[in-house]
Design a binder for this molecule. Structure first.
Ligand code: FAD
Length: 445
């Protein structure tokens, strides 16, 4: 049988290789480290965790990432098995001894007779064969260039500039209202495409003060580049002048407060729909380098967002990722070159766990293909299915930015309460449904 080739032995590529070998299909895993390094990786080991040593919450009832852990464990995931083996005490989170973890992943892959690990950088997308590209946020420059030549220059970003994303049902619509600027749009839906949060002068001034005082994160060494064009962090805009934001993303023009039509807002924060389900909204133009704790505090000062719950907070990072909603099919294959499947952070998911989960899925799909079968993704009601659905079509392609797994990606259940107060009932219902549907997907293979 022809082997499946994988480029990149990170979190995604390692998991993909394991799944393929377990399915009885040979694999060649190509990894450029340690010969060619990145600014973040320190070793030549597989599945190196470049920053924190946490796989986040392990609660598979109340937390979407915990549910993803559950699904990966049940699908014989190598990353979860090694994380469990090298777990460190960390309350409800799954923290690991990072060196022991990566060494254990490397040893398990080396011990697997169907896996061959080959050193060296792959600098061009291969023309034929069954390939998985899992080169991560720091994809080498040469390969990135080759990806761009096949997908188009705008299709592979080098930085993410993530504006915070809010769960729609936690926005206070007795303060906010739906309206596009100048009521633009051909349909009623388009004319109501944005959610607007109004500010008085005092609220605006207090907001600017909080932005200026908030704690910020620094770029990693080697991370900076010409990212600033068109995606200045809001705190940098505020530093350039107290009025800058009011003439930029917070300009109040072309909008009428539906609750108080006579009152002109001094500034307006706009939120734009982020997924087809309409469960998530991003705050327009609000990319930021503020620390996570500071972001929650500052953004809850926005009228209408005082009780907001965030599906993900903002950030700006060096990050190579595809515009997957336009480029990939639901089997994670490049539409234009279906012999190439993408997995991991380069597909536009964010985080160790999400990257490994996409590796697991791509691995199973590639192995099925090698055996002449077709494996559909798990249902959108599962954590893995919700995530892959988001990146391959559910997300808005125009504003696509990397995404963590979160309950906002799950289709709502009709009979459970929405909003922050409903979480106690809603989350267990989501995770129970996910477990049932994921088990059915596994059983059908
Ligand atoms: C600086 C930084 C900090 C991060 N911190 C966190 C964090 O704290 N928590 C978190 O959950 N996520 C974090 N992430 C995000 C992300 O989850 C991780 O980067 C994760 O490792 C992604 O998994 P991956 O398998 O997609 O990519 P990686 O784990 O990066 O694996 C990709 C592999 O491909 C190899 N490669 C690249 N190009 C080539 C080529 N041309 N030929 C051969 N091999 C190649 C690389 O050497 C690497 O081993 C961080 C990302 C960065 C850049």
């Amino acid at each position: 049988m022809e082997p499946v080739h994988i480029i990149g032995a990170g979190l995604a590529g390692s998991e993909a290789a394991w799944q393929i070998a377990r399915a009885g299909v040979p694999v060649v895993l190509h990894e450029m480290r340690p010969g060619t390094g990145t600014f973040a990786h320190k070793t030549g080991d597989c599945a190196e965790m470049v920053c924190s040593n946490s796989f986040r919450s392990d609660d598979d009832v109340m937390n979407a990432v915990g549910q993803l852990h559950w699904e990966m464990r049940n699908a014989d995931g190598l990353i979860m098995a090694m994380a469990d083996r090298h777990r460190l005490p960390a309350g409800g989170a799954l923290a690991v001894d990072r060196e022991a973890f990566s060494q254990a992943v490397t040893a398990a892959l080396r011990a697997e007779p169907l896996i061959e690990i080959q050193g060296g950088e792959i600098s061009e997308l291969p023309e034929s064969g069954n390939w998985i590209i899992a080169t991560g946020p720091l994809t080498s420059d040469k390969l990135a260039q080759s990806i761009r030549s096949v997908t188009g220059t705008d299709a592979l970003a080098f930085f993410d500039a993530i504006a915070p994303i809010v769960h729609a049902d936690t926005i206070d619509m007795s303060i906010a209202w739906e309206q596009s600027r100048y009521d633009k749009g051909d349909t009623e839906e388009e004319r109501r495409a944005y959610i607007n949060c109004p500010m008085t002068k005092d609220q605006y001034e207090a907001f600017i003060d909080a932005l200026l005082a908030a704690e910020k994160t620094e770029f990693h060494e080697g991370e900076t580049a010409g990212y600033f064009d068109g995606c200045l962090p809001i705190e940098v805009m505020a530093e350039r002048g107290r009025e800058t934001l009011r003439h930029g993303p917070m300009k109040p023009v072309g909008l009428t407060n539906a609750h108080m039509p006579e009152q002109k807002a001094y500034a307006v924060v706009q939120l734009r729909r982020d997924n087809a389900l309409g469960t998530l909204y991003n705050i327009v133009g609000f990319q930021t380098k503020m620390k996570y704790g500071a972001q929650t505090e500052v953004f809850r000062m926005i009228p209408g967002l005082q009780d907001a719950s965030f599906a993900r907070l903002g950030g700006i990072h060096r990050n190579s990722f595809l515009n997957s909603p336009t480029l990939l099919d639901d089997r994670m294959r490049l539409r234009r070159r279906p012999n190439l499947r993408f997995a991991g952070q380069v597909t536009g998911v964010e985080g160790y766990v999400e990257s490994a989960a996409m590796g697991l899925l791509a691995g199973r799909m590639a192995a099925a293909q090698a055996k002449g079968h077709d494996l559909p993704p798990p249902a959108i009601t599962t954590a893995m299915g919700a995530l892959v659905n988001h990146i391959t079509g559910g997300a808005e392609a125009k504003t696509f930015q990397p995404m963590n797994v979160n309950f906002g990606l799950f289709p709502p259940l009709p009979d459970v309460k929405s909003g922050r107060r409903g979480r106690k009932d809603r989350y267990p219902a989501y995770t129970q449904r996910a477990k049932d549907d994921f088990s059915a997907w596994l059983a059908a293979q």
